[in-house]
Structures are given as structure tokens and as C-alpha cells.
Design a protein around this ligand. Structure first.
Ligand code: 13P
Ligand code: SF4
Length: 306
């Protein structure tokens, strides 16, 4: 089926079934033709908690769809292609999170949303790349002298640099996609594009983060490009962000910091999969109620923070 036909069918079915399609900005850009909202993990979680739709089709990876289900247990949440996992989320399981906590008794655990529901259920509060610093700061304001952070040790290091008064003990997880970018590539690009601004996702290595003019989540990076007047931007996050920036701001120049910055997990969902998910309610995401309740409390604490 041609894309235009698929898009028409999906948009029609969406209305008939009272469904909403949420898409992460690392998805293939044609998904935006059917998406009701495209954004970062924080924005998508906020929307999932507020929507009146009966069905949420989540064009993203598994932990994002699971987060939507935790927030909206009475809605049907669908992940169009069930191969959409996340290497980072897979780096910590229930046993590992328990061992991590046991090594540091009494220390609150902050959990990056890039984790499974059973890991979230073990933590005190969640965060995303957009609000990790604020979340940890909120614990500091409540008197915490140290916190545990899982699973991304690079986001943990970034937060530590910004919050020197609290000790952050990070679990050794990471994002293989963001670690593919090495500082040398950026340094070379900066020589070629002298006036370019360097924008970096905090999942990158600290040596890459050090070179940044701006560090932020995917949506924060896109907003920075929209609200500033520079001509050229070097982008150190996944390719989907650059695809969208090029489309939305053709008068500006966007350069992906490395051609290796592609998250294959994020590229599984196709328009065909989305149509099939709406037609056959596939693939439904479920979370066991006891785990959901516990995970919900840590996600809600994050959402309620300004
Ligand atoms: P955002 O928090 O920027 O959406 O990033 C999610 C993610 O998976 C980055 O790799
Ligand atoms: Fe997971 Fe990294 Fe892909 Fe984000 S970019 S979904 S952290 S593997």
C-alpha cells in the first residue's frame, strides 16, 4: 500500500476507534503524518496521563508504551512493532536493581524512565533526560545527601556535574547509540563549521558533553534550534531529531554529529505496523497491577514536579 493510502486509513481508523498516536522524535519521520503528538519521553508521559482517548498507539520503544500503560491502566496501549526494545532498559533487571539498593541501604533511588516497570517499581522517583537535574535537586531539597541513579551512568554523571552538593551513585548502564559518538568527530566538525552550535543529549559520554553549547533532551534540543538564530547546528543525538529539524527549519543547517547515531530499536515501527495495530489491537502492553501501582507512584512524583 502506498504511504498516502496508509496515512488516510490510519487517520480514519483513529477517529473511528477513539485512538491517539504518540510518537517519539527518534521514529521514522513518516510516522509524523499520523501522530497526534511527537516529542520526548517527558512530553509523551505527560500526554499519556491526560488523554481521553480509549486507545494509545505508542510509536516508540517498549518502556515508553509501558509507562503510558502504567499511567492509563484503563486504556488499551499498543506497541505497533513488538521488536521495539531499548538496550539501556535491558541493562538492569529486578535482581540487579535490588542488589544495587542493598549495597546502599537507605539511599533513595532515582530511576531514568528508560527502564522496565518492575525496575521503576523499586525506585523512589523517576526522571527523564529533560528533568533529571530537577528531580535529583528535589531530593536534595528534602535533605538527601546522596542518591542512587539507574540505569544510565552518563546521565548520572551529567547530573553530578550540575549538582556538586549531592553525591550521585550511578548504576553502570548506558545507551550504545549515544556512546557511538566520540569527541574527535565533533572537534573535526567544529573546525569545518566554525560558527556552528553544538547540541548534545546527556546520554552521550562526558567528554562529548563537555564540548556542548547546549545539553538537553530531544525536545529541548529541538526547541533550542527553533528559538535561537544561528545558521548551523551540530546535533549529537539520534538521527530522527535531525530529520525533523531539517524538515521544519529548511533555512537552517543541521549536521548529525556522526552517521552512526541511529537507534535501530526506534526504527522498527512502520506505517503498516501502525495500521495493523489499530485494525487488530496489536501488540497490547500489559503491566501486572501490583507492579503498576508501585511504578505509578514514582512516575507521578516526577510528573507533579514543575
Ligand atoms: P528523551 O528523554 O530525550 O526523549 O530521550 C529518550 C531516549 O531514549 C534517548 O535515548
Ligand atoms: Fe534506548 Fe538508546 Fe535507543 Fe534511547 S537511543 S531508545 S536509550 S537504545
Amino acid at each position: 500500500m502506498a504511504n498516502t493510502e496508509l496515512i488516510e486509513k490510519i487517520n480514519k481508523l483513529k477517529k473511528e476507534k477513539n485512538a491517539i498516536i504518540l510518537a517519539h522524535c527518534y521514529q521514522n519521520p513518516e510516522i509524523d503524518f499520523v501522530a497526534d503528538y511527537v516529542g520526548d519521553s517527558l512530553g509523551l508521559s505527560r500526554l499519556a496521563s491526560k488523554t481521553d482517548a480509549e486507545i494509545i498507539v505508542f510509536a516508540g520503544v517498549y518502556f515508553m508504551a509501558e509507562t503510558a500503560k502504567i499511567l492509563s491502566p484503563n486504556k488499551t496501549v499498543l506497541l505497533p512493532n513488538k521488536n521495539s526494545g531499548c538496550n539501556m532498559a535491558d541493562m538492569i533487571n529486578l535482581k540487579q536493581v535490588k542488589e544495587f539498593k542493598e549495597k546502599h541501604p537507605g539511599t533513595p533511588l532515582v530511576c531514568y524512565v528508560n527502564s522496565t516497570a518492575e525496575v521503576k517499581a523499586q525506585c523512589d522517583i523517576c526522571c527523564t533526560s529533560a528533568n533529571a537535574i530537577n528531580v535529583i535537586k528535589s531530593l536534595y531539597m528534602q535533605g538527601a545527601k546522596k542518591v542512587l541513579f539507574a540505569p544510565d551512568c552518563y546521565l548520572g554523571s551529567y547530573a553530578q556535574k550540575n549538582l556538586p552538593d549531592i553525591e550521585i551513585i550511578s548504576y553502570p548502564g548506558y545507551c550504545p547509540t549515544h556512546l557511538r559518538i566520540i569527541p574527535d568527530e565533533i572537534v573535526k566538525m567544529k573546525i569545518m563549521y566554525k560558527d556552528a552550535k553544538i547540541l548534545v543529549h546527556p546520554e552521550c559520554h562526558q567528554e562529548v558533553v563537555k564540548l556542548a553549547d547546549f545539553v538537553g533532551s530531544t525536545t529541548q534540543i529541538m526547541q533550542y534550534c527553533e528559538s535561537t538564530k544561528h545558521k548551523t547546528y551540530i546535533i549529537a543525538t539520534e538521527k530522527g531529531v535531525v530529520d525533523r529539524l531539517k524538515r521544519d527549519f529548511p533555512e537552517k543547517e543541521f549536521i548529525l554529529a556522526s552517521s552512526k547515531l541511529v537507534c535501530h530499536n526506534m526504527k522498527w515501527n512502520t506505517l503498516d505496523d501502525i495500521l495493523n495495530s489499530l485494525l487488530h489491537n496489536q501488540h497490547e502492553v500489559t503491566v501486572e497491577e501490583e507492579i503498576r501501582q508501585k511504578a505509578l507512584s514514582s512516575i507521578q512524583k516526577m510528573i507533579e514536579l514543575k
